[in-house]
Design a protein around this ligand. Structure first.
Ligand code: HEC
Ligand code: HEC
Length: 206
C-alpha cells in the first residue's frame, strides 16, 4: 500500500514539475522582462557558498554553474526543489524560492564567464583517449561539439573532473532519479576507465 501511495505521489509531483517547466518555457516576454535583473544578495550568497564566486565552484565535487544554459539551470532548480532530482546538500534550501526568482538566478549564472575548474595538469594520453571515446559515443551531438551545452543540456567543458566522474557514474548506475533518461541510455555499460578518460578530456577541454 505504502509503495503504491508513494508511487502516485511521485507521479503527481512529476506532473506538477512538468507543468511548471512548461510554464517557465512559455512565459510571455513581458513577464520575463519584469523579473528582477539581479538575484537578492541573500540568495546569491547562499548559492556561491557552495557553487563558488560567480558560480565558478572551488569544490571538486560541486558543479560550476557559470556559463550553464539558462534553461538547464531553471529546470534543475525546479526538479531539485520538488525533490524529483535528489541533491541531499540542497534539500529544503529552495522551498521558499519562487519560479520568478529561479529565472533571475538562472539568468545571472548563465551570464557569468566560466573559468576552467580543474587545476590539475592535463595528461595528453588521457586527454586524447577521452576525445576519441567522446567522439565514438556521440557526446557532442547533444552537448554540442564544443561542449558548451544548449537549452536543457548542460555545459561540460571546463567542469570539475571529479564532479563529471561522479555524475556520469550516477547516470550509468541508475542513481540519477529524476534526470534525463536519454543521458542514462548514452552511458549505459561504459567502463570506469572510459569514464575517467571522458571526464579528464571534458574538464580540460580546449
Ligand atoms: C551546501 C552546498 C550547496 C548549496 C548552498 C547550493 N548547492 Fe546547488 N548543488 C550542490 C551540489 C553538491 C550539487 C550536485 C549534486 C549532485 O549531482 O551530486 C548541486 C547542484 C546544483 C545544480 C545542478 C547543476 C548541475 O550541473 O547538475 C544547480 C542548478 C544548483 N545546484 C543551483 C544552486 C543554486 C541556485 C543555489 C542557491 C539558491 C544552490 N545550488 C545552493 C550543493 C549546493
Ligand atoms: C541524447 C542526448 C545526450 C547524449 C548523446 C549525451 N548526453 Fe549527457 N546529458 C544530456 C541531457 C539532456 C542532460 C541533462 C540531464 C538532466 O539533468 O536531466 C545530460 C547531462 C550530462 C551530465 C551531467 C552534467 C551536469 O552538470 O549535471 C554529464 C556529466 C553528461 N551529460 C555527460 C555526457 C557524456 C560524457 C556523453 C557521451 C558519453 C553524453 N553526456 C551524451 C543529453 C545527452
Amino acid at each position: 500500500m505504502v509503495a503504491i501511495h508513494s508511487g502516485i505521489h511521485q507521479t503527481s509531483r512529476a506532473l506538477a514539475a512538468a507543468a511548471l517547466l512548461f510554464c517557465l518555457g512559455t512565459m510571455p516576454a513581458h513577464t520575463i522582462a519584469q523579473t528582477a535583473a539581479q538575484p537578492s544578495a541573500g540568495q546569491l550568497g547562499l548559492c556561491v557558498a557552495c557553487h563558488g564566486p560567480q558560480g565558478n565552484s572551488q569544490i571538486p565535487s560541486i558543479p560550476s554553474l557559470a556559463g550553464q544554459p539558462k534553461t538547464f539551470i531553471e529546470n534543475q532548480l525546479v526538479l531539485i526543489r520538488e525533490g524529483i532530482r535528489e541533491v541531499p546538500q540542497m534539500k529544503g534550501m529552495l522551498d521558499k524560492i519562487t519560479d520568478e526568482e529561479f529565472i533571475t538566478l538562472a539568468n545571472y549564472f548563465a551570464a557569468q564567464a566560466p573559468v576552467k575548474a580543474t587545476t590539475t595538469a592535463v595528461n595528453n594520453a588521457t586527454y586524447l583517449r577521452g576525445q576519441e571515446t567522446a567522439k565514438k559515443m556521440l557526446c557532442g551531438t547533444c552537448h554540442l561539439p564544443n561542449y558548451v551545452g544548449q537549452n536543457q543540456i548542460p555545459r561540460l567543458a571546463g567542469q570539475h573532473e571529479e564532479f563529471l566522474v561522479l555524475s556520469i557514474k550516477q547516470f550509468r548506475d541508475g542513481q540519477s532519479a529524476g534526470r534525463d533518461t536519454n543521458m542514462s541510455a548514452s552511458v549505459q555499460g561504459v567502463k570506469d576507465s572510459d569514464v575517467a578518460d571522458l571526464a579528464h578530456y571534458l574538464a580540460h577541454f580546449k
